[in-house]
Design a protein around this ligand. Structure first.
Ligand code: HAM
Length: 430
């Protein structure tokens, strides 16, 4: 018999992990409703060419294959390209802004390691059609609210703007392709190599400005923005980018959106389509980001649509679950479960009837279906962390009664068989 294992980099999510992931997904969906985002479900398989603008780096890490019709296809490595495709085609005439939410699995042929999987989950939010800073603020705000609702502690947002570096490098005469190489190196924290690479094109003054950008790190104060402004004198596009970033941060502050942030003008992200503000969610427990996003005003037109500004974010649900585990913080479960245990075969019909009645009332029930003795069934319920057990015995039932056992307190009382759903609802909401 061959021993079957999952394919390298792929995971089975066992009940407790699957439950956590679904809970995170449903919290993200609640946020999407709160912020009026509509869900779209796009295919897992997309054309290879769709990933053209996501960047050379990600293209080397895609699951690429030819389908039986000879088409070159990929397993989607992210949602944004699919959303841009939709906006350039089917949804092109949709009144703007369009707010879209997606969730599901993505595929990247990364080297498997802690927090880096070949199949992983994201919740993804995109606003399409607004070039205004209010849209950037909304993406930051919903990310902040989601992290709070999840119960994540000590997180901060690292924020930058690709226009700062690109403005400088293009004024210095560097081609977009060369700029992409520099951005990739910076994304991998290879700062020394990035500067070395830039030295072949960029003037001494430009290199000095670049170094200052790469070292700068600060808070939302206007003092910090003034400090970043100095070396950028003469680099008009970089100064515009800095103004835009300052406006976004000021709107967050004045709008009362509170989160810890670190503004890093030399920050770059791996994806190449970004044109404006970029950010990542970080925690001290993980060295890698829990989420990331930014503005991409040129991607939709690349797919043949009209020039359409857009900004979005994706949250890495697997990594958020890892960070929560490390923080020993548990996601609140939405429902408690009740066990229904018949003492003997005679009362099974009443047990089934009661189970049905409780489920119709929205109470989660697990019925004893192994014919085990009551003590064994109670032990099993306790192992499964069940909140209450309802025990049905023929003698009590004749008097219209059953036993309600509080599993945690190990206390038992007789309750009315007919109205037990009311008693239980009260107990469960206390
Ligand atoms: P990204 O930074 O490539 O951005 O991915 C977003 C998040 O997905 C990461 O911060 C991380 O939490 C999670 N993630 C990425 N790769 C892996 C992996 N191999 N294993 C586990 N988790 C992973 C994007 O995907 C952009 N599409 C975000 C965006 C939306 N930008 C604008 N709109």
């Amino acid at each position: 018999m061959p021993r079957f294992k999952t394919v390298r980099g792929m995971r089975d999510l066992l009940p407790s992990d699957a439950q956590k992931l679904r809970r995170l997904e449903s919290l993200a969906r609640e946020i999407s409703e709160l912020y009026s985002y509509e869900e779209v479900i796009t295919p897992l398989v997309e054309h290879y060419a769709l990933m053209d603008k996501s960047g050379t780096e990600i293209k080397t890490r895609m699951y690429t294959f030819e389908d039986l019709g000879g088409r070159r296809v990929v397993l989607r490595p992210e949602f944004t390209a699919s959303i841009a495709r939709l906006m350039a085609t089917t949804l092109r005439n949709q009144p703007k802004p369009v707010r879209l939410f997606s969730t599901g699995t993505l595929y990247r042929y990364d080297e498997p390691q802690f927090g880096r999987y070949r199949e992983f989950w994201q919740s993804n939010f995109e606003i399409i059609g607004s070039e205004r800073p209010e849209a950037d603020v909304e993406i930051l705000s919903l990310t902040n609210q989601l992290m709070k609702e999840i119960g994540l502690r000590n997180y901060w947002l690292k924020i930058g703007h690709v226009g700062l570096l690109r403005g400088l490098l293009s004024t210095e005469g560097m081609s977009a392709a060369e700029q992409n190489t520099i951005m990739q190196l910076l994304d991998k924290k290879l700062v020394h190599e990035a500067i070395k690479q830039a030295e072949s094109t960029v003037s001494t003054r430009g290199i000095s400005a670049l170094k200052q950008l790469l070292q700068a790190k600060g808070d939302s104060s206007s003092k910090f923005f003034k400090q970043v402004e100095k070396p950028l004198k003469g680099y008009k596009n970089s100064l515009n980018a800095l103004n835009n970033l300052e406006r976004i941060i000021t709107l967050c502050k004045e709008g009362g959106i509170k989160f810890r942030m670190s503004i890093e003008p030399g920050f770059a992200r791996g994806l190449e389509y970004y044109t404006g503000m970029i950010f990542e969610v970080l925690t001290p427990e993980l060295e890698i980001s829990l989420g990331g996003g930014g503005r991409y005003d040129r991607l939709i037109e690349h797919f043949g649509g009209e020039a359409t500004p857009a900004v979005g974010v994706a949250h890495g649900l697997d990594r958020i679950a890892l960070a929560l585990d490390k923080q020993e913080s548990h996601l609140k479960q939405n429902k408690k479960v009740v066990a229904v245990i018949p003492i003997n075969a005679k009362v099974i019909p009443q047990a089934i009837n009661l189970t049905q009645r409780l489920r119709e009332e929205g109470i989660h029930v697990m019925m004893e279906i192994m014919g085990r003795r009551v003590s064994t069934a109670i032990q099993d319920a306790s192992r499964r962390k069940i909140a209450y057990a309802l025990i049905l015995g023929p003698d009590e039932l004749e008097k219209g009664k059953i036993s309600l056992r509080d599993m945690k307190r190990r206390e038992q009382k007789l309750v009315d068989y007919q109205t037990v759903h009311k008693t239980l609802t009260e107990e469960l909401t206390n």
